[in-house]
Design a protein around this ligand. Structure first.
Ligand code: NAX
Ligand code: K
Length: 311
């Protein structure tokens, strides 16, 4: 079964890993961002066969000048250099920090990357600041888009982008989005580029699955650690698009025991475990001996998912 967490549970998961298990937050952020970069690399690779021939010539010329250390190895999701123009739109919190990690990895893999920060660098702190500085000091293309700045440059960048990465807000969202940040999201939603959200589409309430003011309409969402319940409601699922779960590099059992889960997604292959065999003939299937009957199952809480009785 696949665990599903609330916003508070996911935040408690990260906190427990950092404070009790002593996995540094910046390591979790690196694992999250690198995992997302792998998902994106595979998406970029999947487009490669459709490249028109003139462009393909340019690509092979670039490939010849790309460092030899990027020889494709087993498990590597793509051929380097990646052929894609990627615009990463970051907020000033840790979701934006994930965006800087993704930007750094895609840049290192040869993609054309630009980062737009919806705010000022001076507002970026902690683990996000470490990754902000690393990306910029490695020579990554970077632009600030603070309150009051025109959104023309973002429009222009998105018009030529293949992918736009939404790293504005994750589980830290706690009030409706208004003003400048709402305008930035509207620009993202107008773009033709494939939109990939990090953790959750910005503006989506991770618990209710409703937009808080305005929300990004993603084609894909790369979510970190575990599914969030808000992505499984009809509206949340529509905004999240295809969902990919990336692990944070920490084992689940010691942490999930402490933080709990709100629901579980059942896999086809394990659905049988929800049914218990009856020793007698079932009244519903009188000819069948040892029929399988449905026990009481409540899929909304982990504690209630055990079969309680044969009925
Ligand atoms: N160390 C960690 O805890 C990890 C966090 N991760 C990422 O961090 C995210 C959570 O990061 P943060 O808690 O920094 O929060 P966010 O980056 O989601 O949001 C940033 C801040 O924006 C403010 N805010 C909330 N709603 C707003 C609104 N409507 N308008 C303007 N400002 C608003 C809040 O003060 C919030 O803390 C996760 O979704 C995930 O992407 C991952 O990197 C994994 C590790
Ligand atoms: K996001």
């Amino acid at each position: 079964m696949i665990p599903v967490l609330t916003r508070a549970q996911m935040r408690a998961f990260d906190k427990y890993a950092i404070e009790t298990c002593h996995v540094p937050g910046v390591v979790l952020m690196e694992n999250a961002g690198r995992g997302a970069a792998d998902v994106l690399s595979a998406m970029i690779e999947a487009r490669r066969p459709h490249t028109p021939s003139r462009e393909a010539d340019a690509i092979s010329a670039r490939a010849r000048s790309f460092p030899v250390r990027h020889v494709q190895s087993p498990g590597q999701p793509a051929t380097y250099p990646l052929e894609a123009r990627v615009v990463v739109v970051c907020g000033t919190g840790n979701n934006g920090g994930d965006g800087f990690v993704v930007a750094r990895h895609l840049y290192a893999r040869g993609a054309e990357v630009e980062v737009y920060l919806a705010g000022k660098s001076e507002k970026v702190m902690g683990d996000a600041r470490i990754n902000h500085d690393a990306y910029i000091d490695l020579g990554g293309r970077f632009f600030e888009l603070p309150e009051g700045a025109g959104l023309g440059p973002l429009h222009t960048a998105l018009a030529r982008a293949d992918f736009v990465i939404d790293a504005l807000f994750g589980t830290g969202l706690d009030r409706p989005i208004t003003g400048h940040l709402a305008d930035v999201i509207a620009v993202l939603n107008d773009a033709a580029a494939r939109c990939v959200a990090l953790d959750i589409p910005s503006g989506l309430d991770a618990d209710s699955g409703a937009p808080l003011g305005i929300a990004v309409r993603a084609d894909d969402t790369v979510t970190f650690g575990h599914l969030k319940i808000g992505m499984l409601t009809p509206e949340g699922a529509r905004l999240a698009g295809n969902v990919h779960v990336v692990d944070l590099g920490v084992p689940d059992p010691p942490i999930l025991t402490h933080v709990g889960v709100v629901a579980e997604v059942i896999r086809r292959e394990t659905v049988g475990s929800y049914f218990a065999p009856t020793p007698e003939r079932s009244p519903a299937f009188p000819r069948q001996v040892g029929a399988w009957t449905r026990p009481g199952v409540d899929l909304t809480r982990r504690g209630d998912t055990r079969p309680v009785a044969s009925q």
